[in-house]
Design a protein around this ligand. Structure first.
Ligand code: PMP
Length: 430
C-alpha cells in the first residue's frame, strides 16, 4: 500500500488517489452495511457478566440490619457506600449512593446551585446576571447540553494528555466571578482517554477563583474502567481540595452504569460533608430514599471492593480486543498518510479520532451514507461546534469485534476520501 502523506503527492498522484478512494467508497456503499459506533454503551456480552444480579438480593436485610424494602436512608446503603468509598478513595461519610444515573445527580446539583446556591454561594446562581462554566474540549456531549439547557454559558480550554490545560483554566477563573465551575472527567476522559495527573488536580483545586463558590464537577465515570493491566489511579481530589483550603470546590460523580447494568446500576456522589448535607437536604424534598434493594444486590454481587476490580478485568477482556482492532485498522489504512491522528486509550469507552481539519462533518456524512453511524461531528464541543471540524468520537464497545473491523474499514475509507477531496480542492483553488 502507498502510505505517502497526502501533502507530498503530486497533482496526478492525488487525482489517482481520489479516484481510487471514490471507487473504494462505491464498493463500500454496495455492501449495504448497517453498523453503529455512536454511543459508549456496554455490549450484551458485558451486560451478561452481571446477570447474577437478577437473582439477588438473597435477603431483605442488609448486614447492618436495614430492611431494604422500606423507605429511608437517603444517603444510600451503608455497606455499598463503604465498598465504593474504598474504590473511589473517599470516606464513606463523603459518599452518597443514589439511583441509577450519575448524570441525573449532576443535573440535580446544577439545578440546586441555580435555584438555591451552594454552601459557599453569596446567592443562588439563578440570581447572577451570567453564569459560565469552563469546558475542556473535546469533552462529553451530555455535559454541554446539560449546561445549555440551564442557560449556563460555556468557555472552552484544551484537554491535554495530562488533563485540562490548568494554566488556561487558572487564567480564566482568577478575575471573572461569572465563571462558577468546570467539568473534569479525570480518568480515561470521554472522549480523549486522558488521565488527570496529580499536578493538574492540585492546580485546579488550589487555584484562586474570583467566584467564592467555584465548583469542579469531577465526573469519574471511568474510574475503574481500565483497558490495560496498568491501572491508572484517579487523583484524590477531595483531599487535595481540602488541603488547599477549598473543601467545597469538588463534587465527584461515578456510577456502575458500565460496571453492572447501564440502566439499572447505582450512581454515586462524593464531596465534603457540608456539600453532602447540602445535596441530601435538597434531595430530601423530592425523595424518601433510594432503591436500597438495588444497593443490597450490588453489595452481595461484588462481596468486596476487590470483587469490583475483578469484575472489571472481565469487562477488559471483552472490550480491549475491540480497541486493539480500531487501532490496527486505523494504523494499517491511515498510518503515514498524514490524514488522521488518534489515541490508543488505556481505559474508558472511546477513541478520539482527529481527521484533516475541515473534513470531520464530511467523514461522518460519507460514513452515514455507507451505513455506518458515527457520533455527529462537533458533538464533543459546546453548542456542537468544533471550530476546526476535525474531531470524531468513536465508540467501539457495543458491536462485536467483526463489526468493529467492518466499521473501521469503512471509516478509514471515508477519512481518506474526504482528505483526498479536500486536497484536490486545494490544488484546484491554487
Ligand atoms: N459521565 C460520562 C463522562 C459518561 O461518559 C457517561 C456515560 N456515557 C455518563 C457520565 C453517564 O453516567 P450515568 O449512566 O451514571 O448517568
Amino acid at each position: 500500500m502507498n502510505a505517502t502523506p497526502l501533502a507530498d503527492l503530486s497533482a496526478d498522484d492525488l487525482a489517482a488517489l481520489l479516484h481510487e478512494q471514490q471507487a473504494a467508497y462505491e464498493e463500500l456503499k454496495a455492501k449495504g452495511l448497517s453498523l453503529d459506533l455512536t454511543r459508549g454503551k456496554p455490549s450484551a456480552q458485558q451486560l451478561d457478566l452481571s446477570d447474577r444480579l437478577l437473582q439477588l438480593p438473597s435477603t431483605t436485610r442488609s448486614a447492618s440490619g436495614v430492611d431494604v424494602r422500606n423507605y429511608g436512608g437517603l444517603e444510600g446503603l451503608k455497606e455499598l457506600r463503604e465498598m465504593f468509598a474504598e474504590l473511589l478513595w473517599v470516606e464513606p461519610e463523603q459518599l452518597v449512593a443514589g439511583g441509577s444515573s450519575s448524570l441525573t445527580m449532576m443535573r440535580e446539583c446544577l439545578v440546586d446551585l441555580v435555584l438555591f446556591g451552594g454552601v459557599d454561594s453569596e446567592r443562588p446562581w439563578g440570581q447572577e446576571e451570567k453564569v459560565r462554566f469552563v469546558c475542556p474540549v473535546p469533552g462529553y456531549d451530555r455535559h454541554f447540553t446539560l449546561l445549555e439547557s440551564l442557560g449556563i454559558e460555556m468557555l472552552t480550554v484544551p484537554m491535554d494528555d495530562d488533563g485540562p490545560d490548568a494554566e488556561a483554566v487558572a487564567a480564566l477563573v482568577a478575575d471573572d466571578p461569572t465563571i462558577k465551575g468546570m467539568w473534569v472527567v479525570p480518568t480515561y476522559a470521554n472522549p480523549t482517554g486522558a488521565v488527570v495527573t496529580q499536578e493538574v488536580a492540585a492546580r485546579l483545586t488550589s487555584m484562586p477563583t474570583a467566584a467564592p463558590d467555584f465548583k469542579i464537577f469531577w465526573d469519574n465515570a471511568y474510574a475503574l474502567h481500565h483497558l490495560t493491566e496498568d491501572e491508572a489511579k484517579s487523583a484524590d481530589v477531595l483531599t487535595l481540595a481540602s488541603a488547599a483550603g477549598h473543601p467545597h470546590r469538588p463534587i465527584m460523580f461515578a456510577s456502575t452504569s458500565k460496571i453492572t447494568y447501564a440502566g439499572a446500576g447505582v450512581a454515586f456522589l462524593a464531596a465534603s460533608t457540608d456539600n453532602v448535607a447540602w445535596y441530601l437536604r435538597h434531595l430530601g424534598n423530592g425523595s424518601i430514599g433510594p432503591d436500597k434493594v438495588n444497593h443490597l444486590r450490588h453489595v452481595e454481587f461484588f462481596g468486596t471492593p476487590q470483587g469490583v476490580r475483578d469484575h472489571m478485568v472481565k469487562h477488559r477482556e471483552i472490550i480491549a480486543p475491540k480497541f486493539a482492532e480500531v487501532d490496527r485498522v486505523l494504523t494499517e489504512r491511515l498510518g503515514g498518510r498524514g490524514v488522521a491522528t488518534w489515541n490508543t486509550p488505556a481505559g474508558g469507552y472511546f477513541v478520539n479520532l482527529d481527521v484533516v481539519p475541515g473534513t470531520a462533518s464530511r467523514v461522518v456524512e460519507l460514513a452515514r451514507e455507507a451505513g455506518v453511524a458515527l457520533t455527529p461531528a462537533g458533538s464533543s464541543f459546546p453548542y456542537k461546534q468544533d471550530p476546526d471540524d476535525t474531531n470524531i468520537r468513536l465508540a467501539p464497545t457495543m458491536p462485536p469485534v467483526a463489526e468493529v473491523t467492518g466499521a473501521m474499514e469503512a471509516v478509514a475509507t471515508c477519512v481518506l476520501l474526504a482528505a483526498a477531496e479536500k486536497a484536490s480542492q486545494g490544488t484546484q483553488d491554487a
